[in-house]
Design a protein around this ligand. Structure first.
Ligand SMILES: Nc1ncnc2c1ncn2[C@@H]1O[C@H](COP(=O)(O)OP(=O)(O)OP(=O)(O)O)[C@@H](O)[C@H]1O
Ligand SMILES: Nc1nc2c(ncn2[C@@H]2O[C@H](COP(=O)(O)O)[C@@H](O)[C@H]2O)c(=O)[nH]1
Length: 168
């Protein structure tokens, strides 16, 4: 869903995460992700370059502190599209963080979408469905929940949620 948010509001403060996942066809290094080898990711961890990082569905993903600083220096709200472990860690570090849980209409629909994308193996899809079930169990600790049924509607709801918190 983050691609739709980027298209709708390119000015928002979305960060570029680092990941050890391989790029999908069409994914450009440095746009949504900086793609790292395991050794490069290890070096970033060692050097304390991450605000947070986590294992998600068989890969590592992290939010570089440099990205947080870049967005905050631009004067925009910081928006992190990260997993629940990462979200809860950021909340511990930044008390004023707002956690928005974006969920599929059902696990069956999530599986249909992942299979339709055609970029993950059966094993990866099973990992992602397991991850999603675990994340849903923790959603109660989030500040808001959005069902991603229709992409345009859900994107609009997310943007209005962000704007509501920005104006508080
Ligand atoms: N509301 C929706 N209706 C139909 N397909 C959707 C919807 N939302 C997401 N998808 C598709 O489901 C798949 C998984 O979506 P998800 O948002 O989890 O992916 P993502 O890795 O964050 O991708 P993206 O960078 O496109 O946001 C993608 O192929 C995406 O295009
Ligand atoms: N804790 C973090 N989680 C992250 C980060 N960047 C992304 N993510 C999460 O990974 C999943 C899977 O991403 P995909 O692009 O491989 O489909 C994504 O939905 C996020 O929840 C991060 O920097 N830290």
């Amino acid at each position: 869903m983050v691609s739709a948010v980027r298209r709708a509001r390119p000015d928002l403060g979305l960060t570029v995460s680092a990941t050890t996942r391989a790029p999908r066809p069409g994914e450009v290094d440095g746009v949504a992700y900086s793609f790292k080898t395991d050794a490069e990711f290890d070096a970033m961890v060692e050097a304390g370059e991450f605000l947070e990082w986590a294992h998600v569905a068989g890969h590592r993903y992290g939010t570089p502190v440099s990205e947080v600083e870049r967005v905050l220096a631009s004067g925009h709200s910081l928006i992190l599209e990260i997993d629940v472990q990462g979200g809860l860690n950021v909340k511990r570090l930044m008390d004023d963080a707002v956690l928005v849980f974006i969920e599929p209409p059902s696990m069956e629909e999530l599986e249909r979408r992942l299979r339709g994308r055609g970029t993950e193996s059966d094993e990866d899809i099973a990992l992602r469905l397991g991850q999603a079930a675990g994340e849903t169990a923790l959603a109660a600790s989030y500040d808001a929940r959005i069902v991603n049924d229709d992409l345009d509607r859900a994107t609009a709801e997310l943007l209005s949620t962000v704007e509501a918190f920005e104006s508080e």
